[in-house]
Write a protein that binds this ligand. Structure first.
Ligand code: ZN
Length: 329
């Protein structure tokens, strides 16, 4: 197989919400991310696809949600994504967030040292498992002046995604031999005497990302639902690299989709051998391709092929005004 450069870090991840209005209130109002694109799931236009990120929704900062009120609850287990962490610049920022979470009633743990990094774990209102991590690379993502969060505490992109598999070796092979990740750490699973966690990294600087793979033999399969993560996407710079990666993944015997033009980026999808859905997405053209950067996410954006159906699509969506009186934390 020819060997393109390793895939870049995490491009975005896509999770599942059953309450889109509350989701917007939490990720923008509590976490201070920017809603950079309000669009629909291109494969199911009755559902919002909400993109949160930094000022421009740069690759590596995008946390996105499908709005699937009837998906049922997430059931963690083998073959699923177990959670993800977001970067902040300092330990002081973690203290600031711990105090904010306490004030707002957001479910959270203490700040702990985990394998050399300070981590503050918390849940969103639907039980989504997140963490904030002190990370030097955070400073490479500029703060967003429009955020309700002070610049020094702002979230600066995705740091790691955790997945769970029954058998590490085929997943490890995919990560290291196909995608070009490097193993950097391994330790016993804190809750499963039969399990272990192996940490893989790709690239450096702002596009440095980690994948934490929990190997848990015998753990029942999970099921993706509300409060869980549907897939994780990794970065490539352009269409040429994207095509080379598709060839490489196909040649490795992993069933991979054709290139799909998502309008804001191009995508391919494949399931790693442990069962988790992976995507590889191009960095461009990005979210300012159809909206003024000053007004991203303010109206429903539709790619050109869906624009003729706008009236019908809008009629099928529930407005995103928060439900009065409902706690967002
Ligand atoms: Zn995706």
């Amino acid at each position: 197989m020819e060997s393109p450069a390793p895939v870049g870090g995490i491009h975005h991840l896509t999770a599942v919400t059953g309450r889109a209005a509350d989701n917007v209130a939490f990720y923008t109002g509590v976490l201070g991310l920017r809603l950079v694109k309000k669009t629909v799931n291109q494969d199911d236009v009755s559902a919002y696809h909400l993109f949160y990120g930094d000022e421009l929704g740069r690759p590596g900062t995008e946390v996105t949600f499908f709005d699937w009120p009837h998906a049922g609850p997430n059931r963690s287990g083998a073959g699923t994504i177990a959670g993800f962490t977001l970067r902040v610049t300092s330990r002081d920022a973690l203290d600031w967030w711990a105090s904010r979470f306490a004030d707002l009633g957001v479910v959270h743990g203490p700040i702990v040292d985990h394998r050399g990094r300070a981590v503050l774990r918390f849940r969103d209102p639907e039980g989504q498992r997140l963490g904030l991590v002190e990370d030097d690379a955070a400073a490479e993502t500029p703060p967003w002046i429009g955020s309700p969060i002070p610049a020094e505490a702002q979230i600066r992109g995705l740091q790691a995604v955790a997945i769970t598999v029954n058998d590490l070796s085929p997943t490890a092979w995919t990560l290291t031999e196909v995608l070009g990740f490097r193993e950097i750490d391994t330790y016993p699973h804190p809750e499963d005497p039969a399990g272990r966690i192996v940490v893989y990294v790709t690239r450096s600087g702002a596009s440095r990302s980690e994948l934490h793979v929990a190997e848990r033999p015998g753990l029942p399969r999970g099921r993706v639902g509300i409060g869980g993560v549907h897939h994780v996407a990794f970065r490539v710079p352009d269409d040429e690299a994207h095509r080379a990666w598709r060839e490489r993944i196909h040649a490795a015997g992993l069933g991979v989709t054709p290139v799909i033009d998502r309008f804001y980026f191009c995508s391919i999808y494949f399931r790693e051998p442990g069962g988790v859905l992976f995507e590889i997405a191009t960095d461009g053209p990005g979210f300012a391709t159809d909206e003024d950067p000053a007004h991203l996410g303010e109206r429903l954006a539709l790619p050109p092929f869906l624009e003729p159906r706008r009236t019908a699509i809008e009629a099928g969506l529930t407005p995103l005004e928060p439900v009065p009186g409902r706690r967002v934390g």
